[in-house]
Design a protein around this ligand. Structure first.
Ligand code: ATP
Ligand code: MG
Ligand code: MG
Ligand code: MG
Length: 468
């Protein structure tokens, strides 16, 4: 039965609220008190102190739909059906409360009864030694035992601390979506078996010496991709055709005059724009501002990548600020901040985009020239200094130059780039010591006083300028 993305989110949260979970709103993308993390990339991330026992949770059962950014997936966007840089992770968490025998049947019931997914299309992966999970899957659910696969990497851990085996749920989307290789199975990188949900059973505490001590209070941490579930429920070929993303594709298609579903390459660009537009809108909503370091740099990099894909579709003018209207509409009644702070968000994005458009043209022609020269000289690696000049003068993030070079079968000398970058930092340090005024690139024209709102982003911006 068709369900909108927003209905699906609601259904999930209600299902777990009915099972004793405290329902909390999504946390900001900016982690609180966690310098180890650039941005929230999983539903469990804001709960780390509860898992480690550092802090007491407000309730032993919690459910959320968490905004997530994973830049590690950036190259996959538009190339796989299932990856975005920005997505929502639906999750239910147990802090020393319920464990495997509750969570497995719940997940199964939610998928097969609430969402009415066909049980015979579902597959499950478990950690090879996790007989307890195997027993519960076979005895407490109707999963086909032949659809349970054992995978060595189904173990979740980061350094020391709470860790444990996990169990993933996949849906078989049919042979025609697969890679056709004889060993194609859940876990294969192709689009046939779609991973929709990961159930993590944190039952050990890994000590400094590498020992796995069973935890007295075992935890549950699960994560299901909202867009992936929506693609299944809405019977769409990829996440990008769901109502959570498609309006932005339509927008980009309208602005560029490029039709969707006509050509593989332009489809990738339309998908990249749809994903990146959502990412940047939500990042700015959460108080992130473009800068040359940290999360500000992630934002800048994603925005510039979107602009470049816009150019590939022939869009020559700034278009990302207006995409915020479309994004805000998608999340109406869900992320009020997008609507309430829309003018501010659009302004931040517009300033950054306009500036980038100006330098992009110049930078591209410089890079084109360099590529010609490399080609003529029979070389394949671009000098790091030139890469740095593109970064410093023309605002090309390292990854952008590298990506353009790769598209032309060239590469960038990373060491040379890093050296030039370090030299620049040293000059800046010197200048600071000599008490010279260091110019703040890219943000100088953003007039704080003229911003017509009093949101968190405004104060974050001051921090941001200060840091620069
Ligand atoms: P995949 O193997 O497909 O990259 P994953 O194993 O990295 O996914 P998890 O870290 O287990 O994903 O995250 C839990 C869930 O979040 C996944 O099962 C999936 O539904 C969703 N998810 C993860 N990464 C993305 C992404 N980049 N875009 C959309 N949804 C995602
Ligand atoms: Mg992944
Ligand atoms: Mg996976
Ligand atoms: Mg996983």
């Amino acid at each position: 039965k068709y369900m909108s993305g927003n209905e699906l989110r609601e259904k999930f949260l209600q299902y777990f609220a009915q099972r004793g979970h405290l329902r909390l709103p999504s946390f900001s993308l900016i982690p609180e008190n966690d310098p180890s993390l650039l941005m929230i990339g999983a539903g469990m991330a804001p709960f780390k102190p509860f898992f480690t026992g550092k802090m007491k949770p407000p309730h032993t059962r919690i459910t959320t739909s968490q905004r997530c950014v994973r830049t590690g997936d950036i190259e996959n966007v538009g190339r796989t059906a299932r990856h975005q840089t920005y997505f929502e992770m639906l999750g239910n968490f147990s802090f020393g409360d319920y464990f495997k025998k509750e969570v497995i049947p719940w997940a199964w019931e939610f998928l097969t009864k609430e969402l009415e997914l066909p049980a015979d299309k579902l597959w499950v992966s478990i950690y090879p030694k996790d007989e307890e999970a195997y027993k519960i899957w076979t005895e407490k659910t109707s999963v086909n035992p032949d659809h349970i696969v054992r995978m060595e990497d189904n173990f979740w851990e980061i350094g020391t601390g709470p860790c444990g085996p996990d169990s993933e749920i996949y849906i078989d989307l049919g042979e025609e979506r697969g890679c056709g290789k004889p060993d194609c199975a859940p876990g294969c990188d192709c689009d046939r078996y779609l991973e929709i949900w990961n159930l993590v059973f944190t039952q050990y505490d890994r000590t400094e010496s590498g020992e796995y001590r069973p935890l007295v209070k075992k935890n549950i941490d699960t994560g299901a991709g909202l867009e992936r579930l929506a693609s299944v429920i809405q019977e769409k070929p990829t996440n990008f055709e769901t109502d959570l993303l498609y309006p932005i594709i339509e927008y980009a298609s309208r602005i560029s005059g490029v039709e969707y579903n006509k050509d593989k390459k332009t489809d990738i660009s339309l998908k990249v724009i749809a994903d990146h537009a959502r990412s940047i809108a939500v990042m700015v909503m959460d108080g992130i501002l473009p800068s040359n370091e940290g999360r500000g740099y992630v934002l800048r990099r994603i925005l510039r990548r979107a602009v470049r894909h816009g150019r590939m579709l022939g869009i020559e003018k700034a278009f990302l600020a207006d995409a915020v209207d479309v994004v805000a509409e998608i999340y109406r009644g869900v992320y009020d901040g997008l609507t309430e702070r829309k003018d501010y968000i659009k302004k931040v994005i517009n300033i950054e985009e306009e500036r980038f458009h100006q330098t992009l043209t110049q930078g591209m022609s410089l890079l084109d020239e360099e590529i010609q020269q490399l080609s003529a000289a029979g070389k394949t690696v671009l000098d790091g200094e030139i890469g740095f000049k593109l970064y410093d003068t023309y605002g090309f993030p390292y990854e952008l130059t590298d990506e353009i070079l790769h598209e032309n079968d060239f590469s960038l000398d990373k060491d040379g780039f890093d050296k030039a970058m370090e030299a620049q930092r040293e000059r800046a340090r010197q200048a600071r010591q000599e008490n010279k005024r260091v110019d703040i690139p890219d943000l100088r024209e953003l007039d704080v006083e003229k911003l017509s709102c009093d949101c968190a982003a405004k104060s974050a911006k001051i921090v941001c300028i200060w840091k620069n």
